[in-house]
Design a protein around this ligand. Structure first.
Ligand SMILES: [Mg+2]
Length: 282
């Protein structure tokens, strides 16, 4: 079956969780951009998409014109960014100026050309209700660690489409974070109480000290439906790669939609499959 779109989970599918993709994956994705629309979709924020996916591709020489085929479905696809290389930059000055075409060597990569096509943020009221529920729960249980925060850091962060609780803040050290709740017991208690206080939201335990609060249904199925609409493609045009495709896994909603899926254990499996798709041998 002919595919025109390759969509990817990020953590454990394209990378080792929370780290930039390898040079090998970057090279394979760049090669794919000449033949397919490439769509990473993950719960992470936009800046992490740049750090983990885009910047390593730039280091491997991706061209701005190729980036136009890279579609970033941020925060499980509740936000969509694409690279608009049509520059408005002019040079020459004075009354006569020449618009730089997108193929001109002057039209270099420019981070500000990532345009947000849409965003479905939580309302102020929803953010307020979630914040109240989690803060109250953590305080009641004695898990509100404000005194341990580094300067300028915060425990509850509004990530537009979700609200994230990080017990020790964003800037805490890895070791400190791992030690805080290794068996998830503290967070499960906070979730239980927060769910009583604001039952209209879903709370997911994630990372080492985090809880993500979202509105129900804002999972990958939402994002993939948006992808279909934005790219004007059918489900059968897409091949999806994910490591958590089992029932209950965060890639499972994509499987349930009937989209062709390749289950991988790691980015090494993904690289193997991509080499096959590209017909590249090494
Ligand atoms: Mg994953």
């Amino acid at each position: 079956m002919k595919k025109t779109v390759l969509a990817f989970d990020i953590d454990q599918t394209l990378n080792i969780a929370k780290t930039p993709i390898t040079e090998e994956i970057a090279d394979l994705l760049i090669a794919c951009l000449d033949h397919y629309e490439i769509c990473p979709i993950s719960g992470q924020k936009f800046d992490q998409f740049l750090i983990q996916i885009v910047n390593p591709m730039l280091e491997r020489g991706v061209k701005p014109t190729q980036l136009e085929h890279l579609h970033l479905f941020v925060a499980q696809g509740t936000q969509y960014y694409r690279y608009n290389n049509t520059t408005t930059k002019k040079y020459g000055g004075g009354p006569i100026s020449i618009e730089v075409s997108k193929d001109h060597p002057f039209a270099k990569y420019d981070e500000s050309k990532w345009e947000q096509v849409y965003s479905f943020p939580l309302t102020d009221e929803q953010v307020k209700n979630i914040t109240f529920a989690i803060e109250t729960a953590a305080k009641e249980l004695g898990f509100w660690e404000e005194d341990k925060l580094q300067k300028g850091d915060e425990i509850i962060e509004n990530r537009l489409s979700q609200v994230t609780f990080s017990a020790l803040g964003q800037k805490a050290g890895t070791e400190e974070k791992y030690a805080w709740d290794p068996d998830c017991k503290k967070r499960n208690q906070i979730v239980k109480r927060a769910k009583e206080l604001a039952p209209e939201f879903d709370y997911e335990v994630g990372g080492t000290t985090s809880i993500n609060a979202i509105t129900p249904g804002m999972n990958k199925q939402f994002g993939m439906n948006k992808l279909l609409k934005e790219l004007g493609v059918k489900k059968s045009d897409i091949l999806y790669f994910g490591d958590m495709t089992q029932p209950g896994g965060n890639d499972y909603p994509v499987v349930q939609m009937g989209i062709d899926t390749i289950t991988v254990r790691s980015h090494e499996d993904t690289a193997f499959a991509l080499r096959g798709i590209l017909g590249v041998s090494d």
